[in-house]
Ligand binder design. Structure first.
Ligand SMILES: [Zn+2]
Length: 288
């Protein structure tokens, strides 16, 4: 289970509508919405990975502390929500470095995971993995093995895999898909969870689980907030952002009833232990 902690006006579709200099003057709803998610996860005893935007951590350090003290994994969504392929490697480095420092300061824990805004690690921005390694991140969750207008590497592996780079190696945790014929179709959350019937998600995750695979589910605090202020955008952007906001919390509750979830860090450790062979101890004590 993963949550990208950002406000409704941070979303890439509104990048031209709400410039960054206007962010501080916007009505913020991220703290209240994230607290509702924390309460819902508590109800189901679910621990999640929260990829928090550095900009949010800077303004709401108490929210970061609430995430950590709730036993969840703290991870990074970068600082300013800029698409990776629209930055130079140096700008990207400053962004992920600043986010990691703010999060670690606020949370008092080491931050090892990163997810790019709009899954924007693509063929044209693979250098980002080198920068993440050099900036002491341990895993990335930004590559979606699908075709999409803004992101995706369709030929990329569908399960978590180790990426070897000159700076070392890190784990890549892709967004979840089911394979149907020649296509990888997303099943792990976001617009696909809100726009398609819940039965699609339940079937897709069930199919992955049957193959002994975990699904990586993702959502945003603004997705359970039908009262959020409406911002102008093109019809596709409006459809993707606003469709079925009023249904998401109910669907999320059904999802939490139907499946068991863990943070990404736990998933990676479990896989590493399984890969180490049957003699390796399966339950190591650790806190995320
Ligand atoms: Zn985001």
């Amino acid at each position: 289970m993963t949550v990208d902690v950002e406000d409704y006006f941070h979303v890439s579709v509104f990048e031209g509508v709400v410039p960054r200099e206007r962010w501080p003057s916007m009505e913020s709803r991220v703290q209240a919405n994230t607290e509702r998610l924390l309460a819902l996860f508590d109800e189901f005893a679910v621990k999640s990975t929260f990829f928090v935007l550095g900009w949010v951590a800077e303004r709401y350090p108490s929210l970061v502390r609430a995430i950590v003290s709730g036993g969840h994994e703290l991870a990074s969504h970068g600082y300013a929500h800029r698409l990776v392929y629209n930055q130079t490697p140096d700008e990207f480095r400053q962004d992920v470095r600043r986010a990691k420092a703010l999060l670690e300061d606020a949370g008092g824990v080491e931050v090892g995971g990163y997810r790019a805004p709009s899954f924007s690690v693509t063929h044209q921005s693979m250098w980002a993995l080198d920068v993440l390694l050099e900036e002491r991140y341990r895993y990335d969750a930004s590559i979606f093995p699908i075709r999409h207008d803004r992101y995706g590497i369709p030929v990329s592996p569908r399960e978590p895999f180790r990426v070897e780079r000159s700076a070392g190696s890190l784990m890549e945790v892709p967004g979840s898909t089911v394979r149907i014929g020649p296509l990888n179709l997303p099943v792990g959350g976001g617009g696909y969870f809100r726009i398609l019937p819940y039965a699609w998600t339940r079937w897709g995750i069930g199919r992955l689980n049957q193959d002994a695979q975990s699904a990586v589910f993702y959502l945003h605090p603004w997705e359970i907030d039908p009262e959020q202020p409406r911002l102008p955008a093109g019809w596709l952007g409006r459809f993707r952002h606003y469709r079925n906001l009023g249904l998401t919390e109910e669907r999320l509750t059904a999802l939490l009833e139907d499946f068991r979830f863990a943070p990404v860090g736990t998933l990676l450790r479990t896989r590493a232990q399984l890969a180490a062979g049957p003699l390796a101890p399966l339950a190591l004590p650790y806190v995320w």
